[in-house]
Design a protein around this ligand. Structure first.
Ligand SMILES: [Fe+2]
Length: 487
């Protein structure tokens, strides 16, 4: 049992619990924030309100923390708040940790009274003017987009019926339809998956019920105009490990991976299944449909990407097998061998937090943007402390048509979090705009928001928004365009 906050001996303790909420008006800027940028960059991640009960817990069990950078007329305001989940409130009321390991209630105090255990720490998501904090073990939590106050669970007017909701819903940029799903939809460790289409008016239009080959983490998926492409891989759970009190996921490197290709608005009998080698496909970039084929660009590792989800056979975590590369998977819908072909696009740019210009989700596209680990760049352990197991030191714009990349190295004493693409304006061509993302300066123990030209990241930041404190770890972020009230 952990009695104090775990102090990491890496990165000068940069990712230790921060535990504060803050408003910062008109942040200090080095350089010039482009006048075209008007909108809000929302970030969601985890920060421990109280120390985790178990030293082997997953960092994904930290309490949700949502923050925003609101950018208008060249000036930037910042706000950060804990997500006030049921669990946050129960801890705050008693001033101590009351919950056990990651997504396993067996280590909880029996009298918390908490029904929804989510920490809501994964993805901020904007749909039809509403802001949500998502984590795939719960319904979405509605968040006030200006105050960041937590407003409660959202079930789309009672039309969404699964107890869980994906961390990576997709919006069809042409129809405005949102595609989403819930897994373990019939309860803990159940093999039921419900896939939904939600119309722009915010109500479920259709649902497809699926049974998976095994119960696994279904974290992300891609859409095309006609299909949903859902990867299944060996991060698994089951009654036995949960009854034993373990973290929700374990890694089974013997299991083949699978891909479900699901017709949008169809039925479960129309689903096509493909099988591949053991691997993890935690995040995808995009998918397109072309001449009876589906092309999926995804971020794939051959082994377990997460050191804190232990192998079910007790083997040690392998950093080399965790390295994730951008790959192009091709599915022939006319063939019947049930296999896919695979090509590594950028072998020297390992990273898992890839983004696109979201206006081109499901459509033919050319550019991807990603934080990645460039092994040829230096790391200054003397100033920054021992390096984390996995971290990114560079942002790049990847031209998937020309197979070229332009890269920005952030420095030898820090790390980059996921970036986000900001279109220059609503009608700008694909990839014309800015990259924004947070740099953690391990040596100075403070953070910066970096703003770069998305087509020329190698030219360096146009602006560095210098924060006087360190920002807690981000999982994902989202850009919401448009003017809103200043802080
Ligand atoms: Fe994710």
């Amino acid at each position: 049992v952990v009695e104090r906050f775990p102090t990491t001996d890496v990165a000068n303790g940069f990712f230790d619990a921060a535990r504060f909420e803050a408003d910062l008006i008109d942040c200090e800027v080095i350089g010039r924030v482009p006048a075209e940028i008007t909108g809000t960059f929302y970030r969601l991640g985890g920060d421990w309100l109280y120390p985790p009960r178990f030293a082997d817990d997953s960092p994904f069990n930290a309490d949700g923390y949502i923050s925003m950078f609101r950018i208008m007329d060249g000036s930037v305001d910042y706000k950060g708040r804990f997500v006030h989940t049921e669990r946050y409130r129960a801890q705050r009321a008693t001033r101590r940790q009351r919950f056990g390991r990651y997504r396993n209630p067996r280590g909880d105090d029996p009298d918390t009274g908490v029904i929804n255990r989510t920490v809501a720490n994964t993805t901020p998501f904007v749909f039809e003017g509403k802001l949500f904090a998502l984590k795939e073990d719960s319904l979405p939590l509605l968040i006030d987009p200006d105050t960041l106050e937590t407003l409660g669970e959202w079930d789309f007017g009672g039309t969404y019926t699964s107890p869980t909701f994906t961390a990576h819903p997709k919006i069809d940029p042409v129809s405005g339809e949102m595609i989403c799903m819930g897994y373990e939809a019939a309860g803990e460790a159940s093999n039921a998956v419900h896939v939904y289409g939600i119309g722009p008016e915010g109500r479920v239009n259709w649902r497809i019920d699926l049974t998976m080959p095994y119960v696994s983490m279904l974290h992300d998926f891609a859409i095309t105009p006609n299909h949903i492409i859902l990867p299944v891989y060996g991060l698994v759970t089951g009654r036995e490990r949960l009854e034993a009190g373990e973290v929700h996921w374990g890694w089974d490197g013997r299991l083949p991976s699978h891909m479900a290709i699901i017709p949008r608005g169809g039925t479960s009998t129309n689903v096509r299944w493909f099988t591949g080698p053991p691997c993890a496909m935690v995040h995808v970039l995009n998918a397109v449909e072309q001449d009876g084929h589906i092309i999926l660009d995804a971020l794939v590792s051959d082994g377990n990407p997460f050191p804190f989800f232990p192998a079910v056979d007790g083997s040690r975590w392998c950093p080399q097998a965790a390295l994730t590369t951008m790959r192009r998977l091709c599915f022939d819908l006319r063939g019947d061998d049930g296999m896919w072909t695979e090509e590594v696009l950028f072998p020297d740019a390992p990273g898992t937090l890839g983004r696109i210009d979201d206006r081109f989700a499901s459509l033919p596209y050319r550019y991807a943007f990603m934080a990645y680990a460039d092994p040829t760049r230096p790391y200054d352990m003397e100033r920054a402390g021992p390096a984390p197991a996995l971290f990114s030191n560079s942002y790049a714009c990847f031209d998937l048509r020309e197979r070229t990349m332009r890269s920005f190295f952030a420095g030898s004493a820090g790390a980059l979090q996921e970036c986000c693409f900001v279109p220059r304006h609503a009608r700008a061509p694909e990839g014309d705009g800015f990259l924004i993302g947070v740099y953690s300066d391990f040596a100075e123990r403070r953070s910066e928001l970096l703003i770069l030209d998305a087509q020329q990241p190698d030219a360096g930041p146009l602006a560095r928004v210098v924060m006087p404190f360190r920002l807690s770890s981000q999982v994902h972020g989202v850009w919401a365009p448009g003017a809103r009230a200043r802080l």
